[in-house]
Design a binder for this molecule. Sequence first.
Ligand code: GLC
Length: 558
Amino acid sequence: MAEPWWRDAVIYQIYIRSFADGNGDGLGDIAGIRSRLRHLADLGVDALWINPWYPSPMADAGYDVSDYRAVEPRFGTLADAEALLREAHDAGLRVLLDIVPNHSSDQHPWFTEALAAGPGSPARERYLFRPGRGADGAEPPNGWQSVFGGSAWQRVTEPDGSPGEWYLHLFAPEQPDLNWEHPDVRADFEKTLRFWFDRGVDGFRIDVAHSLVKEPGLPDASDLEWPRKPVEVDGELQRAPWRPHPFWDRDEVHEVYREWRLLADSYDDPKVYVAEAWVDEPERLARYLRPDELHTAFNFTYLQAIWDAGYLRQVIGETLEEHRAVGAPATWVLSNHDVARHVSRYAREQTTPGSSLMELLGRPADLDLGRRRARAAVLLTLALPGSAYVYQGEELGLEEVEDLPDEVLADPTWERSGHTDRGRDGCRVPLPWSGDAPPYGFSPEGSTAQPWLPQPAGWGPLTAEAQSGDPGSMLELYRAALHRRRETPALGDGELTWLDLPEGVLGFTREPGFGCVVNVTAEPVALPTGYDVVLASGPLPDGMLPAATSAWLARPQQ
Ligand code: GLC
């Protein structure tokens, strides 16, 4: 029997607001995706994951959903969505959507009903409302902090005008947390999954999959740090020991996913899930991937890894070991819409794992080096056993836009942090497709609307049009690697065997007859002998592998 498609799929992430604008309003949309399906099919990916396209007040770029079973009018209609699904399938591309179960929008009918119904009402029980502390209830119920800054609690004004209860929001105040102990919540999400599955959606990416269930009683805790920072032991960085947390990665959450798996498996062509779970411990992450739970999970430990051969090898090795234990394929990802683009991360000397823009600002950057490392990293990523993700624009080698003017910043983090954290807009700048000036073909010719975030002046050489057909470009490297990956039986799901190479050089073989080497050092090293080079991330003078370069190798047939 053929392996299920998702065990070795390469999945392209479409951040819909910034992919392509079909109607000329400066915001990406479904029409834009439909107009660029050729680019995606030619690139050689197997599936698309589309960030939330549901009706939303956009307090958090669509992760505040006010209706889970409809399409945001600015992105198109349900009919447009159905047409996209058909066309993508015709082009050989599967489609995953994004489901946001931890919280709804504060404009969701359930939440407006809860506010109007007042304390003690059944409508409030679908969320996490609590009385405040202190004599007049003016203090939040506990000290939990929001991911976007400040308290995770917001006080409401009751229908009679008096200051009232508080509700929990682990993210923005416009994103009230749902109560996953409530049967209505569970039933409604199953209805949503079915709604989209029945329309041909192939699966879901589950937003903050590790947060749904909170510790009973919502107790205060002295240590809320997450992810926990690595600790130094004898001069070496080690993962902090795992400890239970009142709202992240609680054991009870797995019960939800066992139900969801039954639903996915009830389809003739079973549907699939990928968990967004920021769980740093490979063993804890693997729990989401037990055979009766989710299919895959993003590997954020790999995403955040520093450019260091020893560390990369450790992360890859542990990932494979933990996934093997539950029979799930690993996934590999370098960037997404929540982290600084990896070209800009690799442009800096890195000493500790991380991925946010704030860790980069003010540190000297060498973008040429960042791009060389990014080229080397994608060949590594696509050669590893399992499935991989490509975040839109990384195939163009885009860097993080680090100098967006304050007044255009839209990420709620910027306001919630009192203008100290510049947030995630720098990786969300609309894609450059063609031409040598903004909007670089992002919006249709003749449209006068500005892209919702300004694009840099220097992106002319990075457009898809400019890179197409240039053998030295990032785009052609991605195309070559993705097509060769498909044709190479050793790649995709399976195992690897590490090669014994000099310090700072990472290499492995995969059977039959494939090898991958990455020079993570700053000096050229000799290529292993006995192989032919089939693809390299840069020029290879005289049998050498230059610094920040990788190569795919083939053992000549006997
Ligand atoms: C996830 C999303 C992120 C969003 C958050 C709250 O981490 O990827 O963009 O802000 O959840 O929904």
